[in-house]
Design a binder for this molecule. Sequence first.
Ligand code: AMP
Ligand code: ZN
Length: 216
Amino acid sequence: MKTRMIFVGPPGAGKGSQAKILSEKLNVPHISTGDMFRAHLKNDTKLGLLAKQYINQGLLVPDDVTNDMVKERFNEKDVQNGFILDGYPRNPLQAQFLDTLLKEHGMSLDIIINVTSDDEIIIKRITGRRSCPTCGAVYHIENNPPKVFGICDKDQTPLVQRKDDTEETVVKRLKVYYEETFPLIEYYKNKGLLVDIDGNGEILEITEKILEILGA
Ligand code: AMP
Ligand code: ZN
């Protein structure tokens, strides 16, 4: 079974939702650099303060900072089971850094899953997205609403909207995606590791497709 994977694709295509579900099903860690930065932000760390300036503008956090954070994460034992990278790497330099890092750990990538979607759908998805600051559960005001409006099903915490999920910032993030992240698709395609998955469907149906591809 393939357990060392990267999710690529535009913001809001559903990478995070799939990564979360698969992480539980396969018992491999979900490594989301976006979540890691947001945890730093919440805890007011130095790294969080630095990252905030970039995140709120829809820009990428500098590579050295991001790469160091990922490098540290790979020192944890749980990655021995495999890993689901979500939102990293996000440009060719990060991809090269990751290649070297994996080599140092004697690991290689099994598969890169490219979750695709259209800009219009992405903008609707992201601007309607709400999340729980306590448990991290993610909802959508139309497609996946909580049972009680604005309240997390799991722990009754009022839901919040990410600061970078406004329409203006989403347009910026999409631009950054096409300019900086999109070249990775070619990079991984050339390595023969890329699989495209249509992100415009039922979340669980997409999960089933991915599980099949992973040989789970
Ligand atoms: P995400 O939750 O993956 O959409 O990430 C939210 C924001 O965190 C991005 O818009 C970037 O500002 C920052 N970020 C997340 N991952 C990376 C990365 N690999 N490189 C640089 N910045 C990142
Ligand atoms: Zn919650």
